[in-house]
Ligand binder design. Structure first.
Ligand code: BGC
Length: 873
C-alpha cells in the first residue's frame, strides 16, 4: 500500500479526528471520514458463519438476533478434517456471504489452544496442537482473502478459559508461550498476513494483552512482521493510553468516545507521544483503505447460492466427523439388508450443531439426523423412534428409558444420538465435568444391553468422557456439525462418505488425567500454566498415560498401508521426507498422514514427539501415493528461554510418520548439521564449557596447570568438590577463589571461548594478569587463604605424598615423624599410587598414630623446603 498516500490522509486529520479513529463507531463498524477518503470497515462474527446482528429493539442489550446465514461446522469439528484446502473452501464460502452482507472483516478464526477440556469455549477452537491450529487458521485467512474479505485471528493470547476471562492473569512460562500458545498465531501471521488480530481480555504474566507492548509490538510486529491492525476483544480496554503505547490500534466496540478522549488528553498533557498516535492512525487508515480496495476488487457480489453453501457445510462436516469404534464392521449400514432402524435420542430430532455465545449463528436451515436418515432409507427401511432422555434436566425418566429400550429391541440396529445439551457449554463459562448427563449414560447402557448392534453418535463441543464406549459396537464423534449435521451423519452411517476425520484433541480416560487438571481454572484472577509445554498429547505421551483415543486418531471403512520411508537432510538443515501410502481395502477413502519429530536422547526436557506436518490424501482401492514433506531446521528446535532463541540440539533426530500420535507406522533418524555453538556467558557451567572445544581447552588447562601456577590443589578425587565445581557457573570463580581470580579473569576466559581474541591456545597466565594490582587490595586475605606470598614455592601437607617421597628433603621430614613400617611397604605404595595428600593421609590413619598436631608440625617443616622447578607467575 502507498505509504505516502496514507501519511497524506493522516495529515488531513486533526488531533480529535485522529483519536476518534481509535475506537469503533458502534458494535460492528469503525469510524469513517468519507469526505477525506477514509472509509469505514464493517465486521462481523464469526468463525463458522456470519452473525450479522439484526436491528436490536430499542434499549435491548446483549447478543441479539442475527440475520440468517449458513452455519458451517464450528472449529471443534472442522479441525478434525485435518484438511487445509477444505478449511480454505469453507472460509471462502463464509466470505462470499460476508461480501453480500456488506461485511469486510470476519471476526475469526479462533485459535486458542485447548489447554483443558473444561474450557467452555473449546468448540470455537481448533486443537490442543499449535501446528494444526496455526495451519488451519492460515488456511482460513487465505480462503477469506480469496474472496477479498479480511479475517481476524483471535483471541491473542492465553485466553484458554472462560472463568474470569476478563481479568484472569495467565502465568505462562516462556517456553510454553513460544512453543504452544504463541506458535499457532506465529504460523498464521507469518504465513497468511491477516488483516487483524484481536487481543484477548486477560493478562499474561501480569500485563493485560490490550496494553502489552511485549506481545502486541515486540513479538507480533517486530518479530513476526505483522502489518495489520490489533483490535480489542469486545470491551477489553483497561488503560487506553497504555494501550496506544503498546500498539493496540482499535478499541471495539465503540465506547462513546470515553477512551478516545483519554488519548487526546494524554497527548495534550505530554504524557503520550504524538508519533505513537500517528503510527496508529496510519495503520487504521491503511486498514480502511485495504477494505475499500477489497470491495472494489470484489465488484458487485453475485447472490450466494445457499443450497451450495449447505452442501459445502455437509461436506465439511462429513469429512471431519471421527469414527472412534466400529466393531464387527457394523458401519457402514447396508440399507438393503436392514428392515428396521431404531433412531433414539432427542438430538436425532433436535441436534446440537453449534455452541452458544458470540459465534451463534441463525442458520438458514437445520438438517436433523432423523430427517436425513429417513431420506436416505426412503421407504425401504422402517424407522422406529424414541426420545431417550430429556435434555432440559438430568432427571432419569423411567418411562422415557423404557421406551428407548423397547424401541431398540424391536429393530435390527439402534442409532443413539447423545451429547452435551446447550446449557452445558458456552462462551462465558467453563464446564466442571466432562461427563455426559447421567440420564443419557443410563439410557445408552440399557439400550446396548437390549440391542447388540448399537451405534452411538455424539454431539458435543468439548471432549466428553467415553466411559460407556465398551457398550455400543460403534461410536461416531460428530462434535458440533453445523446446519447440515444430519445429512453428514447419515452420509457416514450409510457409507456415502468414508470417514476421514481425525481427532484434533486427545480423548483422555478421565478428567483427572488431563494435564491442566490441578491448575484449572486457577485461583481468583490467577491461573498457573504449571504443565508448561506439556499440553494434550505432548503430556500424555511424555508420562506414558493411557488415553481413550489419541490425538490424530480416526477410523476409516478401508485400511491404509504405509511403506518405504525416506528421510534425508540437506546442508542447510532442510529435511525431505517421503513415504508410500496404499489403500489396501475395498473402498475409496482418505487418510491423514501425520508427520512428527522427536529427540529421544535430547538433553532438554521435550515432548516425545510433536506434529510438524500433515496431509490428507484420497485413495481408490488398491491405489498408492507417495507423500512428501519438507521440514525446515526450525522443525527440530525448542525454545531456549535462557538464550531467548529457538535452539537446535546436536545429533540425531527422529522423524516419524503415523496415523495418530500413538500409531507411528514408519520412522527414520536424521543427522542434522551441527548447530552453531552457543556463546558462553558468565552463567555457563562446566558442562557448557566441555561441550565447546575452546571451552574444553580452558578447563583442561586450568585443571592441569592450576596447581603449578597457584600452588593450590584442585582435588579431582573429592567428589563433592567436583560436583560443586560442575554445578557452579563460571562467574563464581571470583568469589570462590576469594579474588585470586577476578572478573577480568572471567572476561578473558569468555573472550577466548567465544573466539573474541586471536589466540588459538589458552594461556592460564592471562587469568592472573591483574594479580599484582589486586594483591594490594587483597594482600592480607590472600595470605590468610593461600598462605604467604612465597607459599607456592614450598612444600606443604597439601602436596601429594608421591611428591614428598620423591624429594629427599621432604622425604626426610616424613621419615622423622612416620614409623618405619609406614615409610616402606604396601601402605606407602598404595598412598603413592592413589596420589593422596599428606593431609588426607592424616585423616585416613587413626588419631593415636597420626594426630592432627603432628600434621601441623610436618607442615611447618615442609614449608621450609623450596620446591624444585617452580614456575613463576
Ligand atoms: C468474543 C469475541 C467476539 C466478540 C464480538 C466477544 O465476547 O470474545 O470472540 O468476536 O465478542 O461478538
Amino acid at each position: 500500500m502507498d505509504s505516502s498516500l496514507i501519511t497524506k490522509l493522516r495529515r488531513k486529520l486533526n488531533l480529535e479526528q485522529m483519536t476518534s479513529l481509535c475506537s469503533g463507531e458502534n458494535n460492528w463498524e469503525t469510524k469513517s471520514y468519507e469526505a477525506l477518503g477514509i472509509p469505514k470497515v464493517v465486521m462481523s462474527d464469526g468463525p463458522h458463519g456470519l452473525r450479522v446482528e439484526a436491528e436490536k429493539e430499542e434499549g435491548k442489550i446483549g447478543v441479539g438476533d442475527s440475520l440468517p446465514a449458513t452455519c458451517f461446522p464450528p472449529a471443534t469439528l472442522a479441525a478434525c478434517s485435518f484438511d487445509e484446502s477444505l478449511i480454505k473452501e469453507m472460509a471462502s464460502a463464509i466470505a462470499r456471504e460476508a461480501r453480500t452482507a456488506g461485511v469486510d472483516l470476519i471476526l475469526g478464526p479462533g485459535l486458542n489452544i485447548k489447554r483443558s477440556p473444561l474450557c467452555g469455549r473449546n468448540f470455537e477452537y481448533y486443537s490442543e496442537d499449535p501446528y494444526l491450529s496455526g495451519h488451519l487458521a492460515k488456511a482460513f485467512v487465505e480462503g477469506a482473502r480469496k474472496e477479498h474479505i479480511g479475517a481476524t485471528l483471535k483471541h491473542f493470547l492465553g485466553n484458554n478459559q472462560e472463568t474470569r476471562r476478563m481479568t484472569v492473569n495467565a502465568l505462562i512460562d516462556e517456553r510454553a508461550l513460544r512453543e504452544i500458545y504463541l506458535k499457532g498465531f506465529e504460523i498464521a501471521v507469518k504465513e497468511a498476513g491477516p488483516m487483524a488480530v484481536m487481543c484477548s481480555y486477560n493478562s499474561v504474566n501480569g500485563e493485560f494483552l490490550s496494553q502489552s507492548k511485549h506481545f502486541l509490538t515486540e513479538i507480533l510486529r517486530n518479530e513476526w512482521g505483522f502489518e495489520g491492525i490489533v483490535m480489542t476483544d469486545w470491551g477489553a480496554v483497561y488503560d487506553r493510553v497504555k494501550g496506544v503505547k503498546a500498539g493496540l490500534d482499535l478499541e471495539m466496540p465503540g465506547s462513546g468516545g470515553v477512551n478516545d478522549h483519554k488519548i487526546f488528553d494524554a497527548i495534550k498533557e505530554g504524557k503520550l507521544k504524538k508519533t505513537r498516535l500517528n503510527e496508529m492512525a496510519e495503520r487504521l487508515i491503511a486498514f480502511a483503505l485495504e477494505a475499500e480496495e477489497n470491495r472494489q476488487a470484489a465488484g458487485t457480489p453475485e447472490p450466494v447460492d445457499i443450497n451450495e453453501q449447505h452442501l459445502l457445510a455437509r461436506r465439511v462436516a462429513a469429512e471431519s466427523m471421527v469414527l472412534l469404534k466400529n466393531e464387527d464392521s457394523l458401519l457402514p449400514l447396508d440399507k438393503e439388508k436392514l428392515k428396521t432402524i431404531a433412531v433414539i435420542g432427542k438430538m436425532a430430532f433436535d441436534p446440537r450443531y453449534q455452541g452458544s455465545g458470540s459465534s451463534k449463528i441463525n442458520p438458514y436451515r437445520i438438517e436433523a439426523p432423523y430427517d436425513a436418515i429417513a431420506a436416505e432409507t426412503a421407504d425401504g427401511v422402517k424407522l422406529l423412534t424414541a426420545q431417550g432422555y430429556s435434555d432440559s434436566s438430568d432427571e432419569k425418566h423411567k418411562r422415557i428409558v423404557r421406551e428407548a429400550v423397547e424401541t431398540a429391541g424391536k429393530a435390527d440396529v439402534a442409532v443413539v444420538f447423545a451429547g452435551l445439551p446447550d446449557k452445558l457449554e458456552s462462551e462465558g463459562y467453563d464446564r466442571t465435568t466432562i461427563k455426559l448427563p447421567e440420564n443419557q449414560l443410563e439410557m445408552i447402557q440399557r439400550v446396548c444391553e437390549e440391542q447388540p448392534n448399537t451405534i452411538v453418535v455424539l454431539f458435543n463441543g468439548g471432549v466428553v468422557d467415553l466411559e460407556f464406549e465398551d457398550q455400543p459396537k460403534a461410536v461416531l464423534e460428530a462434535w458440533l456439525g453445523g446446519q447440515a449435521v444430519g445429512a453428514a451423519v447419515s452420509d457416514i452411517l450409510f457409507g456415502r462418505v468414508n470417514p476421514s476425520g481425525r481427532l484434533a484433541e486427545t480423548i483422555p480416560m478421565r478428567l483427572e488425567d488431563t494435564p491442566a487438571y490441578i491448575n484449572f481454572p486457577g485461583t481468583e484472577d490467577s491461573v498457573n500454566y504449571g504443565e508448561s509445554i506439556f499440553v494434550g498429547y505432548r503430556y500424555y505421551d511424555y508420562v506414558n498415560r493411557p488415553v481413550r483415543y489419541p490425538f490424530g486418531f480416526g477410523l476409516s471403512y478401508t485400511t491404509f498401508e504405509y511403506s518405504d520411508m525416506k528421510a534425508s537432510a540437506a546442508d542447510d538443515g532442510t529435511v525431505m521426507v517421503s513415504c508410500r501410502v496404499k489403500n489396501i481395502g475395498e473402498r475409496a477413502g482418505k487418510e491423514v498422514v501425520q508427520l512428527y519429530t522427536g529427540k529421544p536422547d535430547g538433553k532438554v526436557q521435550r515432548p516425545i514427539r510433536e506434529l510438524r506436518g500433515f496431509t490428507k490424501i484420497d485413495l481408490e482401492p488398491g491405489e498408492e501415493k507417495v507423500v512428501v514433506f519438507e521440514l525446515s531446521k526450525d522443525d527440530f528446535t525448542y525454545f531456549n528461554p535462557t538464550r531467548n532463541a529457538w535452539t537446535q540440539e546436536e545429533g540425531l533426530h527422529m522423524v516419524l510418520i503415523g496415523a495418530s500420535s500413538r500409531d507411528i507406522r514408519l520412522e527414520a533418524e536424521v543427522a542434522l548439521p551441527a548447530p552453531p555453538l552457543p556463546k558462553l556467558t558468565r552463567h555457563s557451567y562446566m558442562d557448557d564449557f566441555m561441550a565447546n572445544p575452546r571451552g574444553r581447552q580452558v578447563i583442561e588447562v586450568i585443571m592441569s596447570q592450576f596447581q603449578s601456577v597457584t600452588g593450590k590443589i584442585i582435588d579431582t578425587e573429592d567428589n563433592f568438590f567436583m560436583t560443586m565445581l560442575h554445578g557452579t557457573p563460571v562467574s563464581k570463580i571470583v568469589t570462590f577463589t576469594n579474588g585470586l581470580l577476578s572478573d577480568k579473569s572471567v572476561d578473558r576466559i569468555l573472550e577466548f571461548v567465544n573466539g573474541e581474541d586471536d589466540s588459538e591456545t589458552f594461556d592460564i597466565r592471562c587469568l592472573f594478569e591483574d594479580k599484582e594490582e589486586k594483591r594490594n587490595w587483597f594482600q592480607s586475605m590472600l595470605e590468610g587463604i593461600f598462605g604467604k606470598k612465597e607459599d607456592n614455592a614450598f612444600y606443604t601437607v597439601d602436596c601429594p605424598v608421591r611428591d614428598l617421597m620423591a624429594n629427599p628433603e621432604t622425604r626426610a621430614v616424613l621419615a622423622k615423624y612416620c614409623p618405619d613400617e609406614y615409610m616402606h611397604g604396601e601402605i606407602m605404595d598404595m598412598i603413592i599410587s592413589m596420589g593422596v595428600t599428606m593431609r588426607k593421609v592424616q585423616k585416613l590413619i587413626p588419631d593415636e598414630y597420626y594426630p592432627y598436631s603432628l600434621l601441623t608440625t610436618i607442615d611447618e617443616e615442609l614449608r621450609l623446603i623450596p620446591k624444585d622447578n617452580k614456575e613463576e607467575i
